[in-house]
Design a protein around this ligand. Structure first.
Ligand SMILES: Nc1ncnc2c1ncn2[C@@H]1O[C@H](COP(=O)(O)OP(=O)(O)OP(=O)(O)O)[C@@H](O)[C@H]1O
Ligand SMILES: O=P(O)(O)OC[C@H]1O[C@H](OP(=O)(O)OP(=O)(O)O)[C@H](O)[C@@H]1O
Ligand SMILES: O=C(O)c1cccnc1
Length: 477
């Protein structure tokens, strides 16, 4: 974990603690409850979201305890003695069901379900949202790049532009989404991801001339020489000097690996560079491009402009999830002491789904993702013939005879994590497998087709009955 904290108890919002203290003194601390994590909108106006961050969430959950100094801090904030004693012995002891990390998910379906006593379920809300919303946002962004990069590798260059220490989790999420490596060395060590890098303009500037800078780099890093060719004049100096150094390397039995373009029209310069390198017999030298890249520019470069670029370095736009500052994931109570609970809203789209639930992915006859169905946990999927639109119940769709796979699995049982850790590149492999089953119409960038997520009739009935009883119970008296 990035910060060397052994106790993560204070990594929460103050109101979680004031509510926890309230539950404690209202004799509610033994109440059992269920919460669901879900998001309402796919980021980047896209048609899907990549779920990421589970492993980091589980790691913090395991260390979600309060040190003596945490307790002292809370004492200074006015928390009471018996409650502080409770916190000093606190450890999450509930269950968590979750979609697999790297799964393709859609708005309004439970991605994760937490079951436990009301205090523990409440306290973990803030960091759960913090980790899952952020990593899912960045993994989704990175996967959008992956979809257009045509199997060309791309490296995360984002540390310098990321939102502070968030860079660490963002680099991990970028690799889950498809980045082949990161320039962020600490992220590489912490999360077991490949690190790589080239050189900055300062290296070139620090020498008398560009050729001396190139020669010196090639001498010190002969196995991994990438030369940044745009410091002075790409066509008249950078590429010719790189060719000279490549020829000198050949005489020593070595090979220049690549040149990097970091400014100007990347299609124009990559074509020119390719031609010059090829004419010099250096077909093997690759071209790397960087400079404010994103999925749209990369698609245009490769698809519309046939730019002969072999690899990309991507910083700002990927690591910050530009143009979306956050994924809008929320965490809502759905049951307490076996009774379904929900939140009403003026905005019908924000009315939540009560009860303990399971999400099933329904596959079409060719095994592609077709619909997702949200059922109450005690329903048998093979007995559910139709699902309805969560807001407009009259809109129904048949799921009869479709193959259905559950998406939520137990990842924490009675406080113990029961799933194995996986490296981010293995999680990416799973994402690739799943994304291959998502029809293309949901993957396009412009007006993607909306993937249908429906709820069972029984869940709809529970929700309608509950809506009625909440309205009656809360009428002004
Ligand atoms: N062929 C291209 N097609 C589409 N977008 C491109 C192409 N080439 C470069 N870009 C993008 O255009 C922008 C160019 O940025 P800008 O106008 O600041 O030029 P620059 O080369 O970075 O200038 P500077 O000399 O200050 O570094 C970048 O976001 C880059 O990714
Ligand atoms: O453009 P981004 O997608 O955010 O990628 C990161 C940028 O950071 C570096 O430039 P910077 O000017 O910071 O340093 P330099 O001197 O190495 O070019 C690098 O050359 C990229 O252009
Ligand atoms: O290795 C690189 O070329 C690099 C790393 C970080 C940012 N820009 C470039």
């Amino acid at each position: 974990m990035p910060l060397s904290l052994n106790h993560w108890g204070l990594y929460t919002d103050f109101y979680e603690l004031t509510m926890a203290q309230g539950y404690f003194y209202c004799e509610k601390k033994e109440d059992t409850t269920t919460f669901n994590y879900f998001f309402r909108t796919n980021p980047f106006k896209g048609g899907f979201t990549v779920f990421a961050g589970l492993q980091d969430f589980l790691e913090i959950l395991s260390e979600y305890t309060f040190s003596e100094s945490d307790i002292q801090f809370l004492k200074s904030q006015g928390f009471r003695k018996e409650f502080l004693k409770y916190l000093s012995e606190f450890r999450f002891s509930g269950n968590v069901l979750s979609a697999r990390e790297g799964e393709i998910m859609f708005p309004n379906e439970p991605v994760l379900q937490v079951e436990g006593n009301v205090i523990e379920c409440q306290l973990i809300e803030s960091f759960l949202l913090n980790i899952l919303n952020f990593e899912s946002l960045i993994a989704t962004k990175a996967y959008r790049v992956k979809m257009v990069a045509e199997n060309k590798p791309f490296t995360d260059f984002g540390l310098r532009r990321a939102q502070g220490l968030g860079a660490l989790h963002a680099s991990r999420a970028a690799v889950i989404g498809g980045a082949s490596s990161t320039s962020n060395v600490l992220a590489g060590k912490l999360f077991n991801i490949p690190v790589s890098g080239t050189q900055a303009h300062s290296w070139i500037q620090s020498f008398e001339g560009e050729i001396e800078a190139f020669r010196a780099f090639a001498k010190i890093h002969p196995e991994n020489t990438v030369l940044l060719v745009d410091t002075f004049d790409t066509i008249h100096s950078g590429i010719p000097n790189a060719i000279l150094v490549a020829k000198e390397m050949e005489k020593r039995g070595l090979r220049l690996k690549a040149v990097r373009l970091d400014s100007g029209d990347l299609a124009y310069f990559s074509k020119k560079a390719r031609k010059m390198l090829d004419e010099a017999g250096l077909e093997y030298v690759k071209i790397i491009a960087s400079n404010q890249l994103n999925e749209h520019v990369i698609r245009s470069l490769l698809k519309d402009q046939n730019a002969p670029i072999d690899a990309f370095g991507i910083g700002t736009e990927m690591i910050t999830g530009k143009n979306d500052a956050a994924l809008d994931g929320v965490y809502k109570m759905t049951e307490i002491n076996g009774k379904p609970k929900m939140k009403l809203s003026e905005n019908i789209e924000k009315v939540t789904l009560p009860g303990k639930k399971q999400v099933y992915r329904c596959l079409d006859s060719s095994g592609m993702f077709y619909r997702d169905a949200i059922l109450l946990t005690d329903e048998k999927p093979e007995e559910v013939k139709t699902i309805c639109h969560p807001i407009y119940p009259e809109r129904r769709t048949s799921i009869n005879h479709l193959q259905m796979e559950p998406l939520l699995f137990t990842v924490v049982k009675k406080g113990q994590v029961v799933v194995e850790q996986k490296s981010p590149d293995k999680i990416h492999d799973y994402l690739q497998e799943r994304a291959a089953l998502l029809p293309d119409e949901h993957k396009r960038f412009i007006s993607p087709h909306i993937y249908k997520v429906g709820i069972s009739e029984k869940l709809m009935e529970v929700r309608q009955a509950l809506t009625q009883s909440i309205k009656e119970a809360n009428q002004a008296r």
